[in-house]
Design a protein around this ligand. Structure first.
Ligand code: CMX
Length: 134
């Protein structure tokens, strides 16, 4: 597998519109897209900061991983996403090396990317995502 760069940093928020206001009006960034990812039970808002994206995440259901995260830990950094050359191959490779994967195979994430998650208990406390532009 090959990690090329940090694709995005995911930040869990309670209220997407309130959080967007902070990033736009205080930090002067521009939200370029808002997208609901039904499969992940989240609504996302994207900002470009140089080469890296910020992904704000609001839960769309109480069963959303983001709702559970906020309930337990409060708002804050939720995950780190690496761009890789091949998500399926990368998930298999890290699994073979003993890392606990959440997704055995890739699924469709925001912006049409192929994604897959590694469990934070196996990655030094950081929920880790692999992303691939198809
Ligand atoms: N970062 C770090 N640790 C986390 C975490 C996170 N984001 N989410 C959960 N944990 C920790 C919990 O604190 C808990 O630790 P303790 O046992 O020490 O208390 C442990 O992991 C288990 O957590 P849990 O609350 O019992 O939650 P679940 O096991 O039900 O789910 C996880 C945790 C990571 C498997 C689940 O959130 C998941 O599948 N995430 C991947 C999908 C996702 O997050 N989608 C939203 C983003 C989608 C997108 O970017 O498009």
């Amino acid at each position: 597998m090959k990690v090329s760069h940090i694709e995005h940093v995911g930040i869990a928020v309670k209220d997407l519109q309130e959080a967007i206001k902070y990033y736009e009006e205080v930090l002067g960034l521009k939200c370029y897209a808002i997208e609901e990812v039904a499969d992940q039970k989240v609504k996302t808002a994207f900002f470009m900061v140089g080469q890296t994206k910020l992904e704000l995440l609001e839960a769309t259901s109480e069963e959303s991983p983001v709702a559970k995260f906020i309930e337990k830990k409060g708002e804050g950094i939720h995950h780190l996403a690496f761009a890789v050359n091949d998500v399926d191959e990368s998930l298999k490779e890290v699994k073979d090396k003993g890392v606990r994967v959440i997704d055995e195979t890739s699924r469709k994430g925001a912006e049409g990317l192929s994604i897959g998650f590694l469990h934070p208990k196996s990655t030094f406390g950081v929920l880790t995502e692999f992303c691939e532009k198809k």
